[in-house]
Write a protein that binds this ligand. Sequence first.
Ligand code: KG4
Ligand code: ZN
Length: 342
Amino acid sequence: MPRILSIESSCDETAAAVIADGRTILSNIVASQAAKHAQYGGVFPEVASRMHVEVIYQVVHQALTDAHLDLGDIDAIAATRGPGLPGSLVVGLNMAKGLALGRNLPLIGVNHLEGHVYSLWLVEGAPEVRFPVLCLIVSGGHTELILMTGHGQYRRLGGTLDDAAGEAFDKVARLLGLPYPGGPSVEKAAQGGNPAGFRFPRAWLEGTHDFSFSGLKTAVLYEVRKQKPGVPFGPDSPPLDLTQVPDLAASFQTALIDVLVGKTVAAAQAYGVTEIFVAGGVSANRALKGEFERRAACPVRVPPLFLCTDNAAMTGAAANFRYLAGQRDALDMDVLPNWRLV
Ligand code: KG4
Ligand code: ZN
């Protein structure tokens, strides 16, 4: 029963966890910087890496304390190697190297997207996974549709050609004057809105498993402009006082979810998968989950809320299967800010 101490610092969460056997969360600490970055309306990379430096020791220490373990009880150290912000990744990876070196423990570098996929192995009481499964990874930086045929075996079916789904939520939130992070703000605003209030475009990209959300984002921008003619518009323009924010938010969210769910369900049927796995920050969206449950012909697995957004438990779950497969990384391993899963 390997016990893995894992670290995640790819963006603006400093996180550490202890995972037993790839399935049991013994501890899971997340220190979020969101409140700080909200001042800038998005993640400020240099601020992010320096904030990781400040808290990482305490976060790792707390993960061991919560698990009632010390380093002598740990079998391997894992950290996110990429993709992510280089300056942020370096902090977590170097902490992991220090621990591995100090205790002569195996070191395992983990792909952040694989971590999101393996968050689904941490769902309590879920049935054993039977491959193939279809993974929809929807986060701030990625939207990927991936066929998973075994542990660590992926075939990319498609992905976004422009904005990631979470990025579209974040950008639309800014257009609507809603606070960072945009996903939860838009979801909240949408609850009071009419999803049919505005007829926004859906890019189906027929014959492919790709996505595109920039047209949808631009349609929201044009609608906002129409309502406030003469207001100078750019990424740094002041938030607009719009009376129709709930309808705009609900119509945008409905259009985005319509495409995400429609295309994923179609791919699931085409490839005859046993289950659809949805992971990454946007999987926290309740409307997305509800729509999948309504439209999918197969079971849909979504992580509990605390495992949707970035955390180190998922990193540990992915590291566990890599550990069992014999992966050991060297102390000169570099971060891979643009690392693709497949
Ligand atoms: O996976 P994650 O925490 O970090 C990355 O790997 O990027 O995903 C963050 C993204 C952000 O774009 C955020 O706006 C989005 O996930 N997000 C949501 C929700 N919660 C977070 N999007 C839609 N609805 C939500 N409830
Ligand atoms: Zn993520």
